[in-house]
Design a binder for this molecule. Structure first.
Ligand SMILES: C[S@@+](CC[C@H](N)C(=O)[O-])C[C@H]1O[C@@H](n2cnc3c(N)ncnc32)[C@H](O)[C@@H]1O
Length: 201
């Protein structure tokens, strides 16, 4: 299991108030505007990597509809207890797992989304390789934030436990994608948004 102790304690201890603190109305509006970038089709099977308290789950449900399947995982049990309170359907799954060792077979998901979690992984190349492995051939892998890379570094810098957790520079991110067997990602990095997305060959 990866993630340093202080980072784990940071997320565990903030799980209860996480959504109220991090997702006020203005941020939710920007999140709603981000969802079409995931290009989810009704009926899609989607993996929600580092779900935290499951903030994406209602948005994903709206996009994939009642026949879609949402699998959400996180390392933090207190976060997952919040995620389990989301409106889930019987085919959905909320589980504890490590992004570096996914408990899924290859080629399971139409879309793999890592929202607001990628900088916290100890080995970003390995985590991305795992995300690519579980995506279907032609499936999409997306890393997304509601802050630019620079804004995120400043934001994390305000908290000791995550101060070193940064998104890789664009050339390194592109290398991670290529090594993972993904196409070269289009990277959008601007105030209020970071998006790196590509298909699996
Ligand atoms: C900044 S929070 C974001 C959570 C959620 N995506 C959101 O936007 O509210 C990052 C999450 O990544 C999780 N995390 C960190 N390392 C992880 C790992 N190796 N595997 C799975 N989850 C991890 C943390 O427990 C935390 O819940």
């Amino acid at each position: 299991m990866t993630a340093g102790r202080s980072q784990r304690e940071f997320f565990d201890s903030r799980a209860d108030g996480w959504e109220a603190a991090c997702y006020p109305q203005e941020v939710r509006e920007r999140l709603a505007a981000l969802i079409p970038e995931f290009r989810l089709e009704p009926g899609a099977c989607v993996l929600d990597v580092g779900t935290g308290p499951g903030v994406l789950i209602p948005y994903l449900r709206e996009a994939v509809g009642p026949k879609g399947r949402i699998c959400s995982f996180d390392l933090s049990l207190p976060m997952l207890r919040q995620a389990q309170l989301k409106p889930l359907l019987p085919q959905d799954l909320v589980l504890r797992a490590d992004a570096h060792h996914l408990p899924f077979g290859a080629g399971r998901f139409d879309v793999v989304i890592c929202f607001a979690a990628f900088p916290h992984f100890d080995d970003p190349g390995l985590a991305l390789a795992e995300m690519a492995r579980v995506a279907k051939s032609g499936g999409r892998v997306v890393i997304a934030h509601l802050l630019s890379r620079e804004e995120l570094a400043r934001h994390h810098g305000g908290h000791d436990a995550v101060a070193d957790d940064m998104l890789p520079p664009a050339d390194v991110m592109q290398l991670h994608f290529r090594r993972a067997g993904l196409q070269t990602p289009l990277i959008e990095d601007r105030p209020g948004r970071y998006l790196a997305a590509a298909r699996r060959a």
